[in-house]
Design a protein. Structure first.
Length: 328
């Protein structure tokens, strides 16, 4: 029989832990089990919020409803999970602007410079516009938002300070394959290059691209501090992301359990926000300790330079709302 050394054993144990779901409470006697898959890792505030949700659901329903949490795309990628929720093979996920493939209003979750602060974003997400977005998602995507988590603002990294759009100077910038992002950065004077995130580190390392833009959590987890020296605080996209349940699963729950699930989501949302704020401060401190320089930028100049491109990139249905958000 082959004997494993300590390192080999730890590696195998870690693999097993990643493959197993995180369960808020033992659920052998549960009448209903909800599988919640998401893309974040175990250190992310979304995952911590998901575990809190599982814990609260189990407590409020006295164990009748259990939630199993699957991080790291281990239950499937975001679009696959959404499709599974529509087919009835997946119960829950965490998702956001990807839902615009079915519900155009979901694009409002990630409009550049639509939300200048966390407080303004909260006011929209929990207000009339947020309710319209949720209603359209339920109707057209058959996915029901029950709460939302914050996303860290996207910032521009480079190997130099960039404080105004004029300093971009046709910089080769990786962006996700989102037309709105491509149009926005083109208008600002960069040379945006859509690329899978898995290719970003190597492309920065070999000089194929000069920079990229993402929230601090992703900059840290991808070790971009090893290939980028500056975080330019453009904060060009603030957004939120929904914790959501399949509509057909929701309809099968009793009225009492629906109330319990909503209350659990409310508590998880509150818990996640505290974690998110704590994590953002800790991540910045960690990146600074690893040598990254944080640069304050002229955000008003970036907002003004991107405004026309943002408005032109959205459909007629959304344009009046986007104009209103940009005017606030």
């Amino acid at each position: 029989m082959t004997r494993l050394n300590r390192r080999q054993f730890a590696a195998l144990a870690g693999t097993a832990m990643l493959a197993a779901p995180f369960i808020g409470r033992a659920h052998a006697a549960a009448d209903v089990t909800l599988k919640l898959g998401h893309l974040a890792n175990e250190q992310n505030s979304w995952h911590k919020g998901s575990l809190k949700f599982a814990e609260e659901v189990a407590a409020l329903t006295e164990g009748r409803v259990a939630v199993e949490v699957f991080p790291n795309d281990s239950l499937g990628r975001e679009m696959d999970l959404i499709n599974g929720m529509q087919l009835g093979t997946v119960e829950m996920t965490i998702t956001g602007e990807s839902l615009q493939n079915w519900a155009p209003m979901a694009a409002l979750l990630a409009v550049p410079y639509a939300y200048r602060s966390l407080e303004q974003m909260d006011a929209v997400a929990s207000g009339d516009i947020g309710k319209q977005i949720e209603a359209q998602i339920i109707e057209r995507a058959q996915v029901r938002p029950i709460g939302y988590f914050a996303r860290g603002p996207r910032n521009l990294t480079a190997n130099r300070a960039i404080t105004t759009p004029a300093e971009l100077n046709r910089m080769r910038l990786r962006v996700p394959n989102v037309p709105l992002f491509v149009d926005t950065w083109t208008a600002l004077g960069a040379q945006p290059t859509p690329m899978a995130f898995s290719e970003v580190f190597t492309s920065l390392q070999n000089g194929t691209i000069d920079g990229q833009e993402n929230p601090l959590a992703l900059i840290q987890s991808a070790s971009l501090n090893e290939v980028q020296s500056h975080v330019n605080m453009t904060e060009h996209v603030r957004s939120w992301i929904y914790i959501a349940i399949a509509e057909q699963v929701w309809q099968r729950l009793s009225e009492a359990d629906r109330e319990h699930v909503l209350e659990a989501a409310r508590r998880a949302q509150e818990f996640e926000r505290a974690q998110f704020l704590q994590d953002e401060d800790a991540i910045r401190a960690d990146l600074e300790a690893k040598g990254m320089t944080f640069v304050e930028v002229d955000q008003a100049a970036f907002a003004a330079g991107s405004r026309d491109a943002v408005i032109a990139s959205v459909g007629d249905e959304l344009r009046p709302i986007v104009e209103e958000l940009l005017n606030n």
